[in-house]
Design a protein around this ligand. Structure first.
Ligand SMILES: Nc1ncnc2c1ncn2[C@@H]1O[C@H](COP(=O)(O)OP(=O)(O)O)[C@@H](O)[C@H]1O
Ligand SMILES: [Mg+2]
Length: 326
């Protein structure tokens, strides 16, 4: 459904030397800096897949989604979505995909959402009956029926994002590019949007490429992730393989010593050194296969009031992956 081949985008930003004479000089000789926001990115995504697109701020995620949407042109390389070349901006392509930017509104601020939806119906020439069925379904799935006639500016952030999603889906696109659709939302709305996206993807087999800062979104929705760093692709594959490769299935052991002085402020195990935090706890990161041995060492050293063993969070696994690349 999506085929991206050696996609590259270089931004030129002009440098202006400081002061008046710098400005004058700039009139004759412009100096610029080049940033490769996307560098030689290739991947393919099959119909119905729900793929997470990860990377730190400035990695090039939005740039890539904008190229796939035909909003900006690649410097080199090609993209094909359902056979369309996004740079041609054909009407048939516009009907095929939708782009949702969590940081930007597409709805009219001073109108109730329902009026924006009616305008979109006209723009996409959606037949009345189909429009009604689609709208009814989306409004119920996202539980915003009571808010349809409220001015968009008066909606909560969560309600607004739900309306944005409805606006994006009214014309029944086959491909969705979602750029931080849950950013800034409260936990309840985040969960509702996530649930909705999962159901919608399963029911209609739409192809989705999603970026999110919230690992919960990625973990719950995407089996496959593509990770980019400084414009280049550094990982493409199963999310659980990324977790096990990155952290070597590391575990975090936290323990709180009980009464008595058996644990000094620095505790030395054959697997590493820990220091006592302000709350009195010690924390140690160890590969999964050492968890039992380390726990036994801890319990031998002295009385323990509490001990917990957790997985290394996905955020940390990915951060490790990025620092290994730097
Ligand atoms: N219009 C632009 N002009 C110049 N530089 C840009 C422009 N858009 C993005 N960039 C730069 O390209 C890089 C990637 O940006 P972006 O795609 O927004 O990253 P992400 O969405 O992963 O946070 C950044 O270094 C950013 O500053
Ligand atoms: Mg972005």
């Amino acid at each position: 459904m999506i085929e991206v081949s050696h996609l590259t985008r270089v931004f030129r930003t002009y440098k202006k030397a400081p002061g008046f004479w710098g400005g004058v000089k700039g009139l004759f000789k412009r100096e610029f800096e080049e940033t490769a926001a996307a560098k030689d990115i290739s991947f393919t995504i099959a119909e119905g897949e729900f793929v997470g697109f990860l990377g730190p701020n400035g990695a090039g995620k939005t740039t890539t989604l904008k190229m796939l949407s035909g909003l900006i042109y690649p410097t080199s390389g090609t993209a094909r979505v359902a056979g369309f070349d996004p740079t041609k901006r054909e009407n048939a392509y516009r009907r095929l995909f939708a782009l949702v930017l969590g940081q930007k509104n597409q709805l009219w601020w001073d109108l109730p959402a329902i009026e924006s939806f009616n305008l979109l119906r006209a723009i996409y020439a959606i037949p009345e009956a189909q429009f009604k069925t689609t709208l009814d379904e989306l409004v119920d799935l996202l539980t915003v029926r009571a808010k349809l006639n409220v001015m968009v500016r008066e909606l909560s952030l969560g309600e607004r994002m739900k309306m944005e999603l409805i606006a994006a889906l009214l014309h029944r696109p086959r491909v969705l590019f979602l750029d931080e659709p849950t950013i800034g939302l409260d936990v309840v709305s985040q969960r509702a949007v996530r649930q909705f996206l999962r159901d919608y993807n399963r029911k209609y087999r739409v192809t989705i490429l999603l970026t999110s800062h919230y690992m919960a979104d990625i973990k719950e929705l995407c089996e496959r992730v593509i990770v980019i760093h400084q414009g280049a692709k550094i990982y493409d594959g199963a999310l659980d393989r990324l977790e096990s490769a990155g952290g070597a299935r590391k575990k975090i052991i936290t323990f709180l010593p009980g009464a008595g002085l058996a644990f000094p402020d620095t505790w030395q195990s054959s697997f590493g050194t820990t220091t006592r935090a302000d709350d009195g706890k010690f924390t140690l990161r160890v590969p999964g296969e050492n968890v039992v041995a380390v726990s036994q060492e801890i319990l031998r050293t002295g009385p323990v009031a509490d001990i917990t063993i957790e997985d290394v969070p996905l955020e940390d696994v990915i951060a490790e992956l990025f620092s290994a690349q730097a």
